[in-house]
Design a protein around this ligand. Structure first.
Ligand SMILES: [Zn+2]
Length: 465
């Protein structure tokens, strides 16, 4: 747990400097030149040291469907996703492992997994994800995905559909499962955190939101949900509440400084003021928003209004990858086509800060994580500046963010524990993971989806298509 990185490149105002970093018992204890070597010596020469990033919104188990769902908007894509047979716990384990590995290989040391639960095996699903994340050693924020309305309720006018039925489990029972998971698994000191995480206004009642808010008060937990990802959800919110989804969540007390909100594409200026007032965090998932045609989140407006913004990959079947550097790149340049005033565009350094400190802020941990600061936890990543994709030598952060970095993570630590050394995992056998993923799947394509067929006519009609 004790080590000293020698001669690493770090960013300072207006440039870079070469420095040493000491880590004792998982905490950064000194940053400076010519420090004594405590514990293991790590050669930082020709390498860039950055705080670990946060993959601040994903759904690990979607890995099993990546690449297979045709181009569809969220509501129909979701119906397609629901056609797949439910996963088993071994698949949950392998996809959580794979999500952690891909996140770490692209600079992430923390993951927020809005975890899809196997019906009837909810606690087993969470137990399995905990096991996978502990094995890899990534800092995990498990946000068990819950809802208490059936899929058709998520469509504007959906309650009038003939196949609309009520959800299979009462709300109180769902909250009971979450409370059990909190008591059993919420151990921040060991790197496993539980978040309360209703899926979103489209599939949840107020009782579920307020029940989650109560649990978060009782156990001091962060809150996480999807928010106004699509135009259909904006329409639905008006129908359901007679006001915007953001206004409603504010009225029922769900928004606070420990609430992170995935997507936030369809917000009004008034909504943005509410996010600023409540100090909620926006998680920008640019690739998913492009893939599903959801829209371009107005992140520059968020930043200008003082709203904290960080990045997520979103689930691997709406992305269809878990490359955090790719999400950071697209997420920091996408709005350049909608906001012509280039003076407010995001610089690579800002993007790095959003992905690290921004992620920590969204989880109420800015005092412990997210920057190279003495006293903070050592969640660190060392990038190989001699890697082909980071050459020739220009601005290392500029090229890391704007280039297409491949195999650039040389070392990674979480809480001072080394997870990657010289580009190789020390905690999991990636070759074995690859074999398992290969053997448990097959090449396939999917044609028509019964789920999509059921709702497509209605969807096209309400969306004016
Ligand atoms: Zn999502």
């Amino acid at each position: 747990m004790n080590f000293t990185i020698k001669k690493a490149l770090i960013a300072v105002t207006n440039g870079y400097t070469t420095t040493d970093v000491q880590v004792v018992n998982g905490t950064i204890t000194a940053i400076g030149e010519d420090l004594d070597i405590i514990g293991t010596e790590i050669n930082g020469e020709h390498k860039l040291l950055l705080p670990g990033f946060f993959n601040a919104h994903t759904h690990s188990s979607e890995k099993w469907q990546r690449g297979i769902i045709p181009p569809l908007p969220l509501e129909l894509w979701l119906a397609h996703l629901y056609d797949f047979t439910p996963l088993d716990t071994e698949q949950v384990y392998l996809s959580a492992l794979g999500t952690a590995v891909e996140t770490l290989l692209s600079g992430g040391t923390s993951v927020v997994d809005h975890l899809v639960l196997i019906p009837g095996q909810e606690l087993e699903t969470i137990t399995t994800a905990v096991r996978a994340y502990q094995q890899v050693g990534i800092r995990a924020f498990i946000a068990p995905l819950i809802q208490d309305e059936s899929l058709t309720a998520g469509l504007p006018g959906g309650k009038s559909l003939p196949e609309h039925e009520s959800y299979f489990r009462p709300t109180a029972e769902t909250l009971g499962i979450i409370e059990e998971a909190i008591i059993k698994f919420h151990h921040p000191e060991s790197g496993i955190n539980i978040l309360v995480a209703p899926t979103g206004i489209q599939l949840c009642t107020d009782a579920l939101f307020t029940g989650c808010a109560e649990l978060s008060e009782r156990y001091q937990l962060c809150r996480h949900t999807h928010l106004l990802e699509t135009k259909a959800q904006k329409k639905l919110a008006q129908e359901k509440y007679g006001c915007s989804g953001v206004e409603h969540l504010d009225q029922i007390g769900f928004l606070n400084d420990k609430t992170s909100l995935a997507h936030c594409v369809w917000l009004t200026d008034d909504d943005i003021s509410i996010l600023a007032k409540t100090q909620s965090t926006v998680v920008h998932n640019p690739l998913s928003n492009l893939r599903l045609g959801s829209g371009i989140a107005p992140v520059l407006k968020y930043i200008q209004s003082g709203v904290n913004v960080t990045f997520g990959c979103d689930g691997a079947s709406s992305n269809d990858s878990q490359d955090l550097l790719e999400a950071i790149k697209i997420g920091s340049i996408l709005h350049n086509v909608t906001d012509f005033d280039y003076q407010s565009w995001i610089t690579p350094r800002q993007a790095v800060e959003m992905a690290s400190l921004g992620g920590a802020k969204g989880l109420g941990l800015a005092d412990q994580l997210g920057s190279l600061t003495v006293g903070k936890k050592a969640d660190l990543v060392l990038y190989d500046l001699q890697s082909l994709s980071l050459l020739p030598r220009t601005d290392p952060i500029g090229l890391l963010v704007l280039g297409r970095p491949v195999n650039v993570v040389n070392c990674a630590w979480v809480n001072g524990k080394q997870i990657i050394a010289n580009g190789k995992f020390t905690t999991v056998d990636v070759e074995e993971l690859k074999t398992e993923l290969f053997n448990r799947s097959q090449w396939e394509t999917r044609g028509t989806s019964p789920g999509v067929a059921q709702i497509e006519t209605h969807y096209r009609q309400v969306m004016g298509l």
